[in-house]
Design a protein around this ligand. Structure first.
Ligand SMILES: [Zn+2]
Ligand SMILES: [Zn+2]
Length: 181
């Protein structure tokens, strides 16, 4: 996502420009479509990129372990510092902030790395495929989002135990009748 900002670096502080983002970025072991709008604002030191972007990454649900696309909103706000003066091409000192973003010697600002970092931070620690994900059956491992399994409901649901009692009672009647013959 390379944006040439040479004209803007020559502009006065505070000048802004809008940039439409619609590109594929390699986020976390997968390519994600990133869309939105970023404002580029000329600061006294460089260019501030600020905006809201939308993307999605493929993650594993922490409850049912199925893969799903998790939507992410990225509120980007990063200042980019030119490594070379736009007029004289002389190299410029960078701020002593570790990992600060730079504008290269061709006056290109690349948003890709910032988007990748923001996306990684936005992925939830315990992703859920849906808010009421039913998870897996603890005894057979069946994905309960796809319907009930054969284990637990018969033991726990009162309807079933009532039926079992009736079945036992009719068995008893049959054996009593057999006994009197
Ligand atoms: Zn799930
Ligand atoms: Zn089960």
């Amino acid at each position: 996502m390379r944006i040439n900002v040479s004209q803007q670096l020559k502009a006065s502080i505070g000048s802004t420009r809008k940039y439409e983002v619609s590109e594929i970025v390699n986020v976390a072991n997968g390519k994600s479509m990133v869309q939105g709008e970023v404002g580029l604002i000329r600061t006294d030191r460089g260019i501030l990129a600020k905006g809201t972007l939308h993307t999605g990454v493929e993650v594993t649900c922490s409850r049912c372990l199925s893969l799903f696309s998790c939507p992410l909103t990225l509120n980007i706000e990063e200042e980019y510092f030119p490594i070379a003066d736009v007029v004289s091409s002389a190299s410029l000192p960078l701020p002593e902030e570790p990992g600060c973003f730079t504008i290269d010697e061709h006056h290109v600002l690349d948003l890709t790395e910032a988007i990748r970092q923001y996306a990684l931070l936005a992925i939830p620690m315990k992703p859920l495929c849906c808010e009421d994900c039913a998870g897996l059956c603890p005894s057979c491992g069946h994905n309960l989002n796809q319907g009930p399994c054969d284990c637990s409901p018969r033991e726990t649901e009162p309807r079933w135990s009532e039926l079992n009692k009736l079945a036992l009672a009719s068995d008893a009647v049959v054996s009593e009748q057999k006994g009197t013959e």
